[in-house]
Design a protein around this ligand. Structure first.
Ligand SMILES: *Cc1c(COP(=O)(O)O)cnc(C)c1O
Length: 392
């Protein structure tokens, strides 16, 4: 049995549908009497076939899997990625595959503060002489544009917006086309925004990467990644990388991620509304020294985020009075919020980021990152308020 009827176009989702609709409608089996409404988990490692290697039919489970395809179709529809979407075993596997596009000795420009393991991998590759790394403040548009000038042009510009965890906003609509004109390949890590809030490919990015682990899967029970593009050649290179390096997703993980994406619009809408509400209340709390969230009118990213995003995302950070010890006491004192790393799940979570050895030094020691989930906002607020009072 093969499943290429899933993408034969007969019941293909209309790309003009709203992203909220595409999240529900894309990546479904063809509508024929008796067909399943959603795709099954395809668990076969190999597929029947004799004689010549077939085209358009699955052959081996490291190369093709119908459940991956369904999940890739849905995410590709959300990101506006006709070139193709490639699922990987984790966000880092997708990131490593994209970094592999940089030629030997090539120049990679990365944010000076962003997802710590992306930066760690870039440093490892730099240290080995595989490529060269330059860092830039992605919220400083002039500085980003300056990296595109001169003889030593980057081979890849890596942007993240909003950044993890400082929530810096990069002017994607300016930086991406400028890089394109300079012949520089661009990628945006869109994990924090999700495609419902921001579509970097529409703004000129060559590639988008995701930790599907976070909002897309959304229930803190999956580790998965993806890269999406409009460019079929780039997509083919990523698929070849996946086939050669073998960082393939598990079929069950792909199924769970697709199931999670069905409710993405509801989860993101609730979570980002609550995040803006909590950010405003926290900013007025006597125990709190600083809140970062692009929804706040005095946040450095507010104007840009208002123009470029549909909402402000559901991650915020706080710094409490009293330094790292007070921050740890605050995290220890919550009862509903889960003290844990990661983000984007239905459960609200928080952690002090600098407890990780590889966190960039540009992140303040006392910064606590909060990932707002979908619980009742009054319960979330009451728990934060009691924890702040108990720890200050
Ligand atoms: C978590 C995260 C990653 C890494 O994804 P994994 O699925 O954990 O490998 C990459 N980028 C951002 C912004 C993240 O938050």
């Amino acid at each position: 049995m093969h499943h290429d009827h899933w993408d034969d176009g007969t019941d293909a989702p209309d790309p003009r549908w709203s992203p909220d609709t595409l999240a529900v409608a894309a990546g479904r089996p063809e509508r024929v009497p008796g067909a399943a409404v959603g795709p099954p988990v395809e668990l076969s490692s190999t597929f029947v076939g004799a004689g010549k290697v077939p085209t358009g039919q699955p052959m081996y489970g490291r190369v093709d899997n119908a459940t991956w395809t369904a999940c890739e179709e849905a995410l590709g529809a959300l990101e506006g990625a006709p070139g193709g979407t490639t699922l990987f075993a984790s966000g880092m596997a997708a990131i490593a595959a994209v970094l592999d596009l940089v030629p030997d000795g090539g120049l990679l420009v990365v944010p000076d503060a962003a997802y710590n393991t992306t930066l760690e991998l870039a440093e490892v590759l730099h240290g080995r002489g595989r490529l060269r790394v330059a860092r830039v403040d992605v919220a400083d548009t002039a500085a980003v544009l300056a990296t595109l000038d001169g003889d030593d042009r980057p081979d890849l510009l890596w942007l993240e917006s909003p950044t993890n965890p400082l929530l810096q906003v990069s002017d994607l609509a300016t930086c991406l086309p400028a890089a394109h004109s300079a012949g520089v390949l661009t990628v945006v890590d869109n994990t924090f925004a999700t495609p419902l809030v921001q579509r970097p490919l529409d703004l000129g990015a060559d590639l988008v990467v995701h930790s599907v682990t976070k909002y897309l899967a959304g229930h803190s029970d999956v580790v998965l990644g993806a890269a999406a593009t409009r460019d079929a050649t780039l997509s083919q290179r990523l698929r070849t990388h996946r086939r050669l390096h073998g960082a393939v997703p598990g079929p069950f993980e792909a199924w769970l991620a697709l199931r999670g994406m069905r409710t993405l619009a509801l989860r993101v809408a609730r979570a980002q509304a609550s995040a803006a509400d909590l950010a405003a209340r926290l900013a007025a709390h006597p125990a709190v020294a600083r809140v970062r969230h692009p929804s706040l009118p005095d946040d450095p990213g507010h104007a840009l985020a208002s123009a470029q995003m549909r909402g402000f995302g559901a991650v915020l950070t706080v710094q409490v009075h009293g330094g790292p010890d007070a921050a740890d006491a605050f995290v220890d004192a919550v009862r509903l919020w889960v003290p844990a790393t990661s983000l984007g799940g239905v459960e609200s979570m928080l952690e002090r980021r600098r407890r990780h050895a590889n966190e960039p030094q540009t992140v303040p020691e006392d910064l606590v990152r909060l990932s707002v989930g979908i619980e009742d906002v009054e319960d979330l607020w009451a728990d934060l308020d009691q924890a702040l009072r108990a720890s200050s």
